[in-house]
Design a protein around this ligand. Structure first.
Ligand code: NOJ
Length: 556
């Protein structure tokens, strides 16, 4: 297995709008990031991934980009970004930008030019098509967007429709046009020349649409997805980006890929001709839902273990995993897979369960202090296009306002977008002005300042965990073997490396349960590297595990 920097790294994700406001306008910004670089470093982070920082009208909070080579005035400017970049580098941290090239914003100059008519060279940067039906008033096909009704928006002046598989404000780029691919490479070069170290590539497996844009299998949302996810030229275009860029730069690339299993991931991330270093997968984020977070099912530990184990087994020695349980697209993990009642225990256990596996840890802002879901009192307090689209869908199905509010509070990705809770002062120390989005009222109890002081805090546990990973290569390069797959209470796996063994034991039960140690292990002979309760009584082969207890043993 080749040693590459990212394999030993921890990556911290910043969703800038809610990280830290440094100029007092209620919106997080790069002044705030600059202030917190030491904090990020103190977690054991080796890289920062910035969700989009570019100018954007915020139809999808930055994932609709109006200018790829600039910084949004909400967040600062290019000079300030350079200060952050230098500041990160001085502290030994790399910086990754979000590369969102499946679509632009409607405010992007390319789209504005494309509106000028067929003869404009930018017209073919997008998917403009004539309508269907006798009067030409029907959309070109039956595709539905992931975010906002139909996937086609009509333009009267052109008498044509443009394709948007996300929000209306996010027209899809036509990657089949070589000029568009050149633009993508030019964007990459722009940031790499400035010193950026790589990219997280947004829905990168959506960039190639099937020729002829055929009708899709009817679904409540995203009809047509089978014609563009891992589409016909996806691998080819990614190869082109990788080859053209990698000959001049050492550039890390992690690609987001919904609806992709571990076998498919290998096609993109394994071997000499890999096009991505890793893939952001979704399987393990569906242990309490079907396909999307909104279709809730009871949490299934077996489903969670199956998802993780497939990726661990299939990728080991061939490719590399991105380990994450939170980001800006999902509700907070303690509220999903853990327990707000056993907040501290489950927060630490979930970190242990995920980050002791083989792969690179990604930590999302606020996760390291155990931030949990918010509870808003009315749907109009939400801000996100997805929440409002879901509202329409659920109302159509007959759900009442209050029933939908309950669903949104449990499932909305906005739960992860409340301002980071820095201290217990007004607005949680996030800003001196009223924040753009409501602060979770629990900030007086859950905040960074309080947890800095508390040795036993979730924050300090994350620090310890990443230290243990770094000091013990077994957690980086060791293999993975799952035990007790059928258990509904325990997630247990071993790692092996250079003659050493480690055993990771995690309980998902909310009461004490008897744990029988897997054959071949004697807990009294192991060195306890991590534990989330103060004491950890153990006999050789049996021990009671308390609610959400986690332990990591090393056998040398
Ligand atoms: C995935 C991003 O993570 C998400 O936040 C965004 O809404 C969609 N892609 C569309 O860009």
């Amino acid at each position: 297995m080749k040693n590459e920097w990212y394999k030993e790294a921890v990556i911290y994700q910043i969703w800038p709008r809610s990280f830290k406001d440094g100029n007092g306008d209620g919106i997080g910004d790069l002044h705030g990031v600059l202030e917190k670089l030491d904090y990020i470093k103190s977690l054991g982070a080796d890289a920062i991934w910035f969700s989009p920082l570019y100018p954007s009208p915020n139809a999808d909070y930055g994932y609709d980009i109006a200018d790829y080579k600039n910084i949004s005035p909400d967040y600062g400017d290019l000079d300030l970004f350079k200060q952050v970049l230098d500041g990160a580098h001085e502290r030994g941290m790399k910086v990754l930008m979000d590369l969102v090239v499946n679509h632009t914003s409607i405010d992007h100059q390319w789209f504005q030019e494309s509106l000028k008519g067929k003869d404009n060279p930018y017209h073919d940067y997008y998917f403009w098509r004539k309508g269907k039906g006798k009067d030409g008033k029907k959309p070109p096909n039956n595709w539905l967007s992931c975010f906002e009704g139909g996937a086609w928006e009509y333009n009267k002046d052109l008498d044509e429709y443009y394709l948007h598989v996300f929000a209306k404000g996010q027209p899809d780029l036509n990657m089949d046009n070589p000029k568009v691919r050149d633009e993508v490479k030019s964007i990459m070069r722009f940031w790499l020349d400035m010193g950026v170290d790589g990219f997280r590539e947004d829905v990168i497996t959506y960039i190639s649409k099937k020729e002829g844009l055929p009708n899709g299998f009817p679904l409540p949302i995203a009809t047509g997805v089978e014609h563009y996810n891992k589409g016909p030229h996806c691998h080819e275009y990614l190869t082109e980006f990788r080859q053209d860029i990698m000959k001049d730069y050492d550039c890390f690339m992690v690609g987001e890929s919904p609806m992709t299993n571990s076998k498919d991931a290998l096609k993109y991330t394994a071997g000499e001709d890999k096009v991505l270093d890793m893939m952001i997968s979704f399987d393990h984020m569906q242990a309490d839902c079907l396909v999307t977070d909104t279709i809730v099912t009871p949490f299934s530990l077996k489903k969670l273990k199956k998802a993780f184990t497939n990726w661990q087994n299939d990728l080991y020695g061939r490719s590399w995993n991105a380990l994450y349980i939170e980001n800006h697209d999902h509700p907070r993990v303690i509220s999903r897979y853990g327990s707000e009642k056993f907040w501290k225990e489950s927060g630490k256990m979930l970190a242990t369960m995920c980050y002791m596996q083989c792969g690179t840890p990604f930590v999302y802002q606020g996760q390291e202090i155990g931030m949990v879901n918010n509870h808003l009192t009315s749907v109009d307090q939400f801000k996100d296009v997805v929440t409002f689209n879901n509202e329409k869908l659920f109302k159509k199905l007959g759900f009442s306002d209050s029933a939908y509010l309950k669903i949104a509070n449990r499932t909305s990705r906005e739960n992860a977008r409340t301002p980071v809770q820095w201290d217990k002062s007004k607005y949680a120390g996030f800003s001196t002005a009223e924040p753009w989005f409501s602060v979770n009222p629990n900030y007086t109890d859950i905040n960074v300042k309080q947890q800095e002081k508390d040795k036993d805090s979730i924050l300090n546990y994350y620090r310890k965990l990443f230290k243990v990973r770094k000091e013990n290569k077994i957690f980086i390069y060791g293999d993975y073997k799952e035990h007790m797959h059928e258990s509904k209470d325990f997630y247990v796996y071993e790692r092996n490396y250079e003659g050493k063994k480690a055993l990771v034991i995690c309980s998902f039960a909310d009461e004490t349960k008897t744990f029988r140690v897997p054959a071949g292990f004697d807990l009294t002979k192991g060195k306890l590297l991590l534990q989330n309760y103060k004491d950890a009584p153990a006999r050789a082969n049996i021990c009671p595990l308390r609610p959400y207890e986690a332990r990591v043993y090393l056998f040398e």
